[in-house]
Design a protein around this ligand. Structure first.
Ligand SMILES: [Zn+2]
Length: 533
């Protein structure tokens, strides 16, 4: 018997959380063929992993690469972090389903992330087929976005659906689940997902429950309404009868940092009542979102065209400013405690990227609020921001919970020639190596075994991936080989387009995606199906 690949002399951490051991790993075609000490050198390719750790490929349980695969199917910034599977369609956004009226809206969501998307499908199935033809380098677990379903099922208005419209949305949801979606994602700070009340979400989850779908949510509030929002998410999961994942768990804004421990306790209590409630974080004390998300829900009512009309109208603009200031919108919804905490990340005018609204206010000699509106107007709202409004202590508290996994909340980018979207959050390039470098090696927050379980075995178990996420014979050969002494994130807020170091080999479905520190772009990823899982 001859193997395609043999990884020799490595220290194996299998993703289950159990202790490391020394073993060789043989790969045959797309599967792990053998794991045992001192396997014979009977392979087309032999990699010496002496001094290195061999682990399952990382599963990024919260990603937005679906808006970027068209430009960057290689998802290079993910592969270079050791990511072999991405969970996308998050925060209510997915490129499908689409109807003619919602196409422009979906494409606008993509451009707000610094991407460009050409929507040329209707159903979720057509979209997944188009995605498959792009041959991404990573495996893809897709969710369907509540926003996409709401646009297609009832339009962009800020109101409850009629019974018929709710029926439309349920049918679109079932169609997506049949096509292979793993569940429904909401983004309750983003229009039109934010226009839904709790009952609508429970109704959709109930419709999804018989299909085994899961509910992943960007909650309604992550600042002073954090606890109510956690309770709402748990109620939707409980009454909807579906598993829950709370995305990028955090407390935004200094005055809300003290709420974080109680948020963790609420999730813990739900778990003890038997609810499958889990969460994810990215290992940074700064968040990132659309600049337009700083404006109230009603400004987004009716979609992007109406949004632009409202912010261009001086009277309406004045009303927005007064409401945001008086009603503390800017503090309560997004937790910003000052314009110096809001940095422009991506926008079509690269000169503005990397600067805070406070700095731009000084250089442009106008109030920060005017800078905000000018940027939105100039760039058709296609502006994203990084906000420095979380506590590092809370990031560490979250990482310390066994039910918390790692999600980058980012896009797969390429740092070489190709799209360079301004000054994006460094989590695009650094999330997973930062866990291994900063939090395992430097801070000693947890062991490699625990860190890797959070990034492999636990997300695989959550998603019901039966043959990925662990190193086991006959499992798919998704593997990462890294140097525990040198692995680190290199991307910073000032200089984000930098690949990490210390991850020489990444293998996706048996194919080398990173080979000796070089990106190999094998296009070996697959669209994973919930049914086969
Ligand atoms: Zn989100």
């Amino acid at each position: 018997m001859s193997w395609s690949l043999l990884i020799k002399n490595g220290t194996v951490i299998d993703g289950s959380g159990s202790r490391r051991f020394s073993a060789d790993i043989a790969v045959s075609d797309d599967r792990i063929a053998a794991i045992a000490p001192e396997l014979p050198d009977n392979a087309e390719r032999v990699i010496d992993a002496a001094g290195l750790i061999v682990a399952p490929g990382f599963i990024d349980i919260h990603s937005h690469s679906d808006f970027f695969y068209e430009q960057c199917p290689s998802a290079e910034s993910k592969i270079r972090q050791g990511v072999t599977t991405e969970v996308v369609g998050m925060c209510s956004f997915s490129p499908a389903p689409a109807v003619p009226e919602s196409r422009a809206q979906l494409e606008a969501s993509a451009s707000s992330l610094g991407a460009s998307l050409h929507v040329r499908w209707s159903s979720f199935n057509e979209y997944l087929n188009a995605l498959d033809r792009l041959r991404p380098s990573v495996n893809v677990v897709h969710f369907v976005g509540h926003g996409a379903i709401r646009y297609a099922g009832m339009g962009a208005e800020n109101r409850a659906p009629t019974a018929a419209e709710l029926g439309n949305m349920k049918a679109l949801l079932r169609e997506a689940l049949d096509a292979g979606a793993f569940g429904l994602s909401s983004g309750l700070v983003y229009a039109p997902s934010a226009f839904a009340d709790t009952e609508e979400l429970i109704a959709l989850c109930r419709a999804m429950a018989p299909y085994g779908g899961q509910y992943f949510t960007h909650m309604r509030g992550e600042a002073h309404t954090l606890l109510d929002s956690v309770s709402e998410a748990i109620r939707i999961s409980d009454e909807g009868g579906v598993p829950l994942q709370i995305a990028h768990l955090k407390a935004l804004g200094r005055e809300n940092w003290a709420l974080f421990e109680r948020a963790l306790a609420l999730i813990d209590a739900a778990r003890q009542r038997g609810i499958d409630a889990t969460a994810d974080v990215y290992p940074y004390a700064a968040s990132s979102t659309f600049l337009s998300a700083l404006l109230p829900d009603w400004v987004h009512d009716g979609g992007i065209t109406k949004f632009m009309q409202r912010i261009c109208d001086p009277g309406t603009r004045q009303r927005i400013v007064v409401e945001c200031a008086a009603g503390e919108r800017w503090r309560t919804a997004q937790g910003t405690t000052g314009w110096s905490e809001v940095m422009i990340a991506t926008c079509p005018q690269p000169a503005d990227a990397g600067h805070s609204l406070a700095d731009l206010a000084v250089s442009k000699r106008k109030p920060a609020v005017d800078v905000l509106f000018d940027l939105l107007i100039e760039h058709d709202a296609a502006v994203s921001v990084v906000m420095f409004s979380q506590a590092e202590a809370n990031v560490q508290k979250a990482l310390g919970q066994a039910f918390v996994m790692i999600g980058s909340d980012s896009l797969g980018l390429t740092g070489g020639p190709g799209p360079h979207a301004g000054c994006p959050h460094p989590r695009m390039y650094g999330t997973f190596p930062r866990i291994l470098g900063k939090y395992v090696r430097e801070e000693g927050l947890f062991s490699h075994e625990e860190a890797i379980a959070k990034m492999t075995g636990r997300p695989a178990a959550k998603l019901g991936l039966a043959d990925r996420g662990l190193l086991r014979e006959r499992y798919f050969a998704d593997l990462v080989v890294f140097d525990p002494m040198s692995v680190r994130d290199e991307a910073t807020f000032a200089d984000p387009h930098r690949y990490p170091s210390g991850i020489p080999y990444v293998i996706v479905n048996g194919k080398l995606a990173m080979d000796g520190g070089e990106f190999a772009a094998p296009a070996a990823g697959r669209i994973l199906s919930r049914r086969a899982a």
